[in-house]
Design a protein around this ligand. Structure first.
Ligand code: ATP
Length: 234
């Protein structure tokens, strides 16, 4: 569904991605794991059209999207949940969700999706009139994911959804990600929490210093000595 082919991305003169190639199949959960500064967020920013690749191509169903503006990428159904959640703290939960549906005109579909996110995260329904900034970290992550779902993504890009959250909340968030995937959304999950990410993913890529150094099924990566030593602390 989505393919990066030999992508190089730079910040000025600094090259952050080197010859990155990866694929995300329709209906899959694919994860990209790696240490701090490996280039995971840059990969997402490049897919979203925020950073342009200097070389290489990004194809959505075979059509190039790497020259599109970031709002055009959103219109193609590629929606990112950014790292650090970035909800609007001075707006209510409901207003944050309304913003997710900003580009849509289908009132009935929007209501259906609102019911859907409230069924995934009932706590958000309870807090819909509360300001985003008053939510706990876990609830803010739920809101950030829900806001992205309100855009009705075809591909959901998640940047470290587990960051700074307690283990019990992480498990809850990851099981919802799996549920959203089962309900038809393709998922690309960027994570430092390799263990949790590989447990819900179909396939994974390992990134080091801006390069993809391993690619395999999630199960094989979980079993790999190299991954266990470097990323699972075993
Ligand atoms: P993290 O888990 O910390 O988010 P990451 O794997 O997502 O790490 P990136 O944020 O993509 O890594 O960073 C990749 C490289 O690009 C790093 O060397 C980083 O210092 C550099 N970098 C990231 N953003 C910028 C920027 N705005 N300007 C210059 N260099 C940057």
């Amino acid at each position: 569904m989505l393919e990066l082919r030999n992508v190089d991305t730079y910040y000025g003169t600094i090259q952050a991605l080197h010859d990155v190639s990866l694929t995300i199949g329709k209906g899959e959960i694919v994860t990209l794991i790696g240490a701090n500064g490996a280039g995971k967020s840059t990969t997402l920013m490049t897919i979203c059209g925020i950073n342009r690749p200097r070389h290489g191509e990004i194809l959505l169903e075979g059509k190039p999207i790497h020259r599109l503006t970031s709002d055009a990428v959103v219109r193609h159904g590629i929606i990112q949940v950014p790292e650090g959640r970035l909800i609007f703290p001075d707006m209510t939960v409901q207003e944050n969700l309304d913003l997710g549906a900003f580009l849509r005109k289908d009132a009935v579909g929007i209501q259906t999706d609102l019911d859907y996110v409230f069924s995934l995260f009932p706590i958000l329904a309870e807090r819909r009139r509360q300001l985003g900034g008053t939510l706990s970290g876990g609830e803010q992550q739920m809101l950030a994911i829900s806001r992205a779902l309100m855009a009705r993504p075809r591909i959901l890009l998640l940047d470290e959804p587990s960051l700074g959250l307690a283990p019990i909340i992480i498990s809850q968030i990851f099981s919802i990600i799996r549920k959203v995937n089962e309900d038809g959304v393709t998922v690309f999950l960027v994570e430092q929490n390799a263990n949790q990410a590989l447990r819900i993913a179909d396939r994974g890529y390992v990134m080091e210093n801006g390069r993809v150094v391993m690619a395999d099924t999630a199960q094989k990566l979980l079993e790999s000595q190299q991954v266990r030593k470097a990323y699972l602390g075993m």
